[in-house]
Design a protein around this ligand. Structure first.
Ligand code: ZN
Length: 309
């Protein structure tokens, strides 16, 4: 098979990888309630048609139930997340739940796996060394805590993307006007993906960090359907705004916890902090509003064009 044909097959798999297994071609007698039916699950008691006498496959399922991994394969979901992130997340928020492993569970199992491997391989020792340095602010303590809890730090990073994504991709061709709960779900999947990248990156001694940016771009392109430049500037603006929001949180934490130690000049410092805070908030709001307005204009233009066609 030549490269083009292979790539086209890959693309069509990316768009829709599903081939539903039809166990249901013949009649089944339910092993649980002895009802006879056609289908994958018993309509009376809900037991799967696959269940029967215990064989190697059902033993595997019984063992994996400990992790809640029995029905939907987490590895398959991760595989999809790696090769078709945007399409998969898009299907999930559109309601195709059965094929995907639940995102929060996936994130926490990944975090557990990450922690165990780091512990066993002794890779978290450098962190221990850094921790012995003196902590002088609440913020330092917070950053240390984030470093020790990669799942939470990925979550807080990606959650800062919810609002910018919501504003900037509001009028996108696909998933038009996505809601905030959908936005949060998107970022839950991104957290898992970033954690996976962080994990691989540990073994590649840091030179894979660019993958985080690439994956955001690829995911947003597949998910929202803008073309190259449309996706690129929006994704980069999302990063910038998310960075800005982190600075705002930094200023807030500093304002609340760290001002007391300064003494006489505390009043001036508070005013300066508040001023910085207000300016940053206005700047942030401006970016989001302008971004959304541009999206709206291109959306109108696009729908006018499709009307005249
Ligand atoms: Zn039954």
């Amino acid at each position: 098979m030549n490269i083009t044909a292979w790539y086209q097959r890959f693309r069509s798999w990316q768009r829709d990888p599903r081939q539903w297994p039809h166990e249901s071609m013949g009649e089944h007698c339910c092993a649980n309630c002895e009802h006879t039916y056609i289908g994958n699950y018993c309509p009376v008691c809900g037991q799967s048609a696959k269940e029967g006498r215990v064989d190697w496959l059902s033993l595997h399922r019984i063992v994996m139930m400990v992790w809640g991994l029995d029905s939907r394969s987490m590895l398959y979901s991760l595989w999809q997340l790696i090769w078709r992130p945007g399409y998969m997340v898009g299907e999930y928020i559109n309601g195709r739940r059965q094929v995907s492993f639940p995102p929060v569970k996936m994130l926490f199992i990944m975090a557990l796996f990450y922690a165990i491997v780091m512990q066993l391989s002794g890779m978290n020792q450098e962190v221990v060394v850094e921790q012995t340095q003196e902590q002088n602010t609440v913020l330092d303590a917070f950053l240390d805590w984030l470093r020790d809890h990669p799942a939470w730090s990925m979550l807080s990073l990606t959650m800062s993307m919810v609002l910018p994504t919501w504003a900037l991709f509001r009028f996108s061709p696909f998933h038009h006007r996505h809601t905030l709960p959908e936005g949060i779900t998107i970022q839950l999947f991104m957290s898992t993906l970033l954690l996976l990248i962080l994990f691989v990156n540990k073994f590649a001694s840091g030179w894979l960090s660019f993958l985080a940016v690439v994956y955001y771009y690829v995911c947003y392109r597949q998910l929202f359907g803008y073309r190259f430049w449309g996706t690129l500037w929006r994704t980069l603006t999302c990063f910038f705004t998310s960075f800005l929001m982190i600075i705002i949180v930094y200023v807030m934490i500093a304002l609340i916890f760290d001002v007391e130690g300064i003494g006489n000049e505390a009043g001036m410092v508070v005013i300066a902090y508040v001023a910085v805070f207000v300016v940053l908030m206005l700047f942030l709001a401006a970016i989001l509003v302008v971004g959304a307005m541009i999206g709206r204009r291109t959306y109108r233009k696009r729908s006018n064009q499709s009307l005249t066609k």
